[in-house]
Design a protein around this ligand. Structure first.
Ligand SMILES: [Zn+2]
Length: 139
């Protein structure tokens, strides 16, 4: 009996996790203009103030471009956003399968994957601030 209640709680949690991104996407689509009107009020990146680009610079525009299906533009603005979206999609698909009782493992779990990802972000941070790699700056 307790196990059944526990499973129900887990499933409710999983359903909420699955609904949240969809609800957020619907809200963003409905309130896109007011959301964009808020963007100039977001504080400027500390690195950007000093003329540098951090790994996150351009991420908001990249996210919005990806949201509207402009994949190439999104990758051009900040490739980390696209890679993060791929990772999230794999995680999301896995959660959907889990909700319906099927255990699959498709998103990376190896710690070396994440160490490599953070290392790549650091390399990206360095390279996008070197003039020779100006193609990595925000378009
Ligand atoms: Zn930045």
């Amino acid at each position: 009996m307790d196990k059944k209640i526990s499973n129900n709680k887990k499933n409710i949690g999983r359903i909420i996790i699955l609904i949240l991104p969809v609800a957020a996407a619907i809200l963003l689509k409905v309130y896109y203009e007011p959301f964009c009107a808020l963007l100039p009020k977001v504080p400027e990146c500390v690195f950007h103030r000093f003329g540098l680009l951090c790994p996150g610079c351009g991420a908001t525009r990249a996210f919005l471009a990806l949201f509207w299906g402009k994949v190439i533009k999104s990758i051009r603005l900040n490739p980390a956003v696209f890679l993060g979206a791929v990772w999230f999609a794999l995680f999301y698909i896995e959660q959907i399968f889990r909700l319906f009782g099927k255990e699959i493992k498709i998103y990376p779990r190896n710690k070396w994957f994440y160490i490599a990802a953070v290392s790549l972000l650091l390399v990206y941070f360095i390279l996008r601030n070197i003039p020779m790699f100006s193609f990595l700056t925000i378009a």
